[in-house]
Design a protein around this ligand. Sequence first.
Ligand SMILES: *[C@@H]1O[C@H](CO)[C@@H](O)[C@H](O)[C@H]1NC(C)=O
Length: 210
Amino acid sequence: MAPKSLCLLVATALLAYYVYVPLPESLEDRWRVMLIDATIRTLGHLAGLAEWLGVMHYMDVLKLMSVAEYVPPTSDENVTVTETEFVSVPVRLYVPRERPGGLKRGLVYFHGGGWCIGEAGEALGSAYDYLSRQTSNDLNAVVVSVNYRLAPQHHFPAQFEDVYAVTKFFLRRSVLAQYGVDPARVAVAGDSAGGNLAAAVAQQVRGLSS
Ligand SMILES: *[C@@H]1O[C@H](CO)[C@@H](O)[C@H](O)[C@H]1NC(C)=O
């Protein structure tokens, strides 16, 4: 065998070994999941290398993923999407189209990413933009997706302070009225680190009213 084809064979085998992860047969799009997983793993390795070389902080490399996945706010026939600030914290707002029959629901959403990465406007892997848009349309809810400050530039409790400040602001009667939201039907939600923030905010807000 020619050295070139031998190299190609070995490289292909190594690539397949790197990408392949055993997944249950029943899972849809197994190869897509493997490719996304391999991409994230690669980014992790590059981030480790960059930090080891002293070029960039590990998390700053991972943050590039949010930058690459960012989509500008785009409205469709169901939901009006805008970016604004609530009490100086950037938020992405999803307002469902007007429907007959009273007030809307409200949802304050906190993305995940280990308090270090993530962005409300991410569209591919994390798909926060898609998730918020669907939630807004399906639940007839005004969704406030919060771009809270991230570590390591901003340490705890900056993340909590931001999401709590936004939630308190949104819960003001005048603000809820402006968006046509029923004060009795507002929720907080999040995934991963955002789930932790949602739990913390829920506990603090409860303390406010009692
Ligand atoms: C708008 O909402 C309808 C009903 O939920 C849905 O069928 C349609 O796909 C939505 N349009 C977009 C662009 O998401």
